[in-house]
Ligand binder design. Structure first.
Ligand SMILES: N[C@@H](CCC(=O)N[C@@H](CS)C(=O)NCC(=O)O)C(=O)O
Length: 225
């Protein structure tokens, strides 16, 4: 039987992984709808569903569509009491959760995306300046989060939250794209994220797609680090 929630996503997309992590943490079931934006036909079909062409997108039985990973997670946390609470009830903790969610999306995930996709471009079309700026931003954020995470289990301390769902996908890819091994607290934090059963599920779904992507690409992205 069709489940009332449908998620349009791709297992390799960081923002999709963030949302999947949240869905698994909450134990919310959904109908998966994989969108391949790299395939022109897949993209053309998807923009009919969501003209912005961004994934993830959650659609509800009553016809509402919810884009934006953080907004989807807000929706899930408001409407489902099951599993992990992802936005704390305490208003100050909730504000810090949303702030760090923004930090990971805008200043870690976006620079990662810049570095990653630049690696797929032909040499002549690469944006060395843009990549250098992305690395500078990441250096700043690695320093910031390494300090913040000292003595903490999760970004908010002992409380796991949406901010950790935002952190895991980009930190996972950055381990090879722009390593942070020199930042011991951040490195240890990644280790804890990778052990969460809900994120293990996300990684297991991504694995065959990573293998397929690598075999499909004539030149794999050079390690931008
Ligand atoms: N702010 C959005 C970002 C979504 C986003 O950029 N998703 C990427 C995949 S990870 C995408 O759809 N890229 C395709 C495009 O920009 O055309 C969110 O949090 O959901």
């Amino acid at each position: 039987m069709e489940k009332p929630l449908k998620l349009y996503y791709h297992p390799l997309s960081t923002y999709s992984q963030k949302t999947l992590f949240a869905l698994h943490e909450k134990g919310v079931s959904f109908t998966p709808e994989i969108v391949d934006l790299m395939n022109p036909e897949g993209r053309a079909a998807y923009v009919k569903v969501y003209p912005m062409g961004k994934i993830p997108l959650l659609t509800l039985e009553d016809g509402w569509a919810i884009p934006e990973s953080s907004i989807i997670i807000e929706y899930l946390d408001t409407h489902f009491d099951s599993g992990t609470r992802l936005i704390p009830e305490d208003k100050d903790l909730a504000r810090r959760c949303r702030f760090h969610d923004r930090q990971f999306d805008l200043y870690v995930n976006e620079p990662f995306t810049k570095i990653f996709f630049d690696g797929f471009r032909p040499e002549a079309e690469r944006d060395a300046k843009g990549v250098a700026q992305a690395k500078e931003r990441l250096d700043l954020m690695y320093t910031y989060f390494d300090k913040l995470l000292a003595g903490k289990t999760w970004v908010l301390g002992e409380t796991f939250s949406m901010a950790d769902c935002a952190a895991a996908p980009c930190l996972g890819y950055l381990r090879s794209a722009y390593p942070y091994t020199a930042y011991a607290n951040l490195e240890a934090y990644w280790g804890r994220l990778a052990e969460r059963p809900a994120f293990k599920k996300v990684l297991a779904e991504a694995e065959p797609h990573i293998a397929r992507l690598m075999s499909r690409t004539a030149s794999t992205p050079s390690n931008p680090a």
